[in-house]
Design a protein around this ligand. Structure first.
Ligand code: NAD
Length: 211
């Protein structure tokens, strides 16, 4: 669904009002029947002979993804990664607003990132008492992640966007966790490169033998 949402957003930016499953399938590199099947799971949205109304489908998928409401995010750990996330303005377009930044390094206290001041982690409870927090992004070292996650859950935060390289042990808690590991993605790429290289080697070997 996020992928459909992204592609439909691009179509809207290009001024496209409607699209057939065949056209969408070419754009997204998935089969038209896969698209129909995916979207039918959520109630269809298409009309025979008309295709999909891009705006309507975009809004409906946004609704399914819970994007019609604003989500306030705090970032814990305002180093390289934390600042990169805080500096990325496009999250706001999807309603993800970065409203708080926390660190333990006193040198960062009061430092502004896109208009948001860095606060000390010791101010977290006070901040949470006065601000609605929907999501906490963890971008600090992994050894503190588990304890911090429990502290966040105790503050009523029910969604954690975890970048620390650790699997959080929160199964007993009422919280959803999305782990993001860019290195997994890189390793997948490395594996695919290797596989691709071997496939090419086999093809070349086959071509030589056939000559
Ligand atoms: P960094 O050293 O630049 O930043 C870490 C920040 O966390 C520092 O500002 C530090 O003062 C702060 N910090 C340390 N302990 C803290 C605590 N208990 N509470 C709040 N803040 C604290 O590091 P970075 O490059 O930004 O990486 C941050 C984390 O993200 C690391 O754990 C790294 O392994 C991880 N990381 C994950 C991915 C991924 O794909 N998941 C990618 C890059 C980095």
């Amino acid at each position: 669904m996020p992928r459909y949402y992204r592609y439909l957003g691009e179509l809207l930016d290009e001024g496209v009002e409607r699209i057939s499953s065949n056209e969408l399938s070419l754009k997204m590199n998935v089969t038209a029947s896969q698209i129909r099947q995916d979207l039918n799971n959520f109630g269809g949205f298409g009309q025979q002979g008309y295709g999909y109304n891009v705006q309507y489908l975009y809004e409906e998928i946004g609704r399914i993804l819970g994007l019609e409401q604003q989500h306030n995010i705090i970032i814990i750990g305002v180093g390289n990664l934390g600042q990169a996330l805080a500096n990325y303005g496009s999250f706001e377009k999807m309603g993800f607003m970065i409203t708080g930044l926390f660190d333990i390094n006193p040198a960062l206290d009061g430092h502004m990132v896109r208009g948001v001041p860095v606060r000390m982690l010791s101010e977290l409870e006070e901040f949470a008492a006065g601000h609605k927090i929907d999501i906490a992004a963890l971008t600090m070292p992994k050894h503190t992640a588990d304890k911090l996650a429990r502290r966040l859950v105790n503050l009523g935060i029910r969604a954690i966007w975890n970048f620390a390289h650790v699997d959080l042990e929160l199964m007993d808690q009422d919280v959803v966790v999305e782990n993001v590991h860019l290195s997994d993605s890189l390793m997948q790429l490395s594996y695919n490169m290797l596989r691709n290289g071997k496939k090419k080697e086999r093809q070349e070997k086959g071509d030589t033998e056939n000559r």
